[in-house]
Design a protein. Sequence first.
Length: 388
Amino acid sequence: MLRLIHTADVHLGARHDDLGEQASAQRERQFAAFKAGIDLALAEKVDLFLIAGDLFDSNVQPRRSVERVAAELKRLVEAKIRTIVIPGTHDVFDRASIYRAYDLPTLAGSGPDDDFVTVLDPDHPSIHLASCDVVIHGPVFATKRAPHSPLKGLDAATGAAATWRIGMVHGAVAIPGKTDRDEVVITTDEIAATNLDYLALGHWHSAQVGKAGTVTYAYAGAPEAVALDQDRAGKVLLVELNERDGARTVNVEERQVGKTRFERQELDASAQTSQPALIESLRGLADPDLVLDVRLVGVRPDELDLDTEEIETALAPAFLKIRVRDGSLAALTEGALPSPDTIAGAFIRDLEARIAELEAAGSEAEAAEARDALRLGRLLLAGHEVSL
């Protein structure tokens, strides 16, 4: 049996320009999730800890950040758990690589005579860990854009003899029309031809598992959200490879390590009495680890005026991030219409006929604008003050 933790896309040092004052807190969440992955490896007494690229968000990081990572890896060294790292597309192994600038294995307490921490590079694309009876293949390039598939010509059945054969790649599994511009792309046919037992992938930030031929492959996803639309981030994978009576099995289990939560809510606009009341209602969900996406739907009353930017500003301190979108529609006129000989009657009839034409033609945005114009017109004609 071989047991390992698979992580990737930690993106330590990410700037998070979209988070403003919350950016620093999110960077700390990312490091906390990385540390939680180390804690899990120690608690589960695994054999290997795999980092499949983009441990760092860029190659420009202060020494203290690298030393902070090394201190965590040193805990694994002390527990005799082997760590294998491959560079990704953010911490690419180019001339300015952070792995050239800093000797991560040495900083983590791994010496030249042991194999406790290994960073694979273009000159050292694989390692045989005899103590774990495994060969790990991690083909990487010295450029961000791969000159060819990193799996080209890889047949793990040849070479050093070991019970287990594991691969590590930071790149995208080919999806026509979606991954054409990615820097590193592999295909499921190439995966199947490797004869690996398990392929640990990085690059996609959502955890997912697949199979190509006899090869189990998986993305661990980001252990903590890097962008605030990644609701499948926040995990590492606990992988167990077993062989019994000549049959091999690979079990992949997701484990939560990130704290960021995502919640989407659709609120009926007709049930909202005022903007202050809506703000107070949403404030009841306050959570500094929550990304809240609110969408107003349905038909809103004429008297309900909402400014989504004002709502977001008022609630920003209560959440990691809040987004409010108004997808509601202004109501059509209810009850008996004024006489068509009056200004109000002519206005309402003409605009409602125009709305009907636009909705029939599928021009939803223009129809919504016309509904708003109708609502404002009704309010003005009724003598209400209206803020435009």
